[in-house]
Write a protein that binds this ligand. Sequence first.
Ligand SMILES: [Zn+2]
Ligand SMILES: [Zn+2]
Length: 189
Amino acid sequence: MATKKFMIGVVPVGDTPVFVAKATAAHISGYLNLPTEILPALDTPSFAYDEKRLQYNAGIIIKTYEALEFGCEKVVALLDIDLFIPLFTHVFGEAKLGGKCALASIFRLKMERDGSCPAPSLVYERAAKVALHELGHLFKLRHCEDNRCLMHFSGDLEQLDRTPIYFCRYCNRFFKDALVDNSDSSFNS
Ligand SMILES: [Zn+2]
Ligand SMILES: [Zn+2]
């Protein structure tokens, strides 16, 4: 299968509603101006379930997905499970710098700290922010110190809600330059 240059694949995984994938794909094409494609859904990655933590190991999922052939240059997998990486209690998403496949999970985006449920539109917006942030890592963007930038690290929902859905001028420039080539290295949340 030929890999479509600059095509971003969006893959719903497990219980993730297809509509979340469609909304995220719309944000990717709208904000990053890149073509997107909704790919066939994948099953919940039970192979990455950690029985001690009752969560899913994001690193194992990425390693497995990066070995799959999606036919797109970059892929964002949208999950509805609790993700973790060692040393963190949880992560909203995960991607390798310069990697092929990013993860974003709506699991912690659809419940406020007081247990109430946010409006669906807010959940879609949060999912899109996490997906675009992780996609930034796939295009080699690192974390940005500017808290008015999408590449600023968000550890909780308050930070995520304060983060805008666009890159700062510097990151935007870097993103455009990074569209030119890619390779890979370390993990980034
Ligand atoms: Zn920035
Ligand atoms: Zn990050």
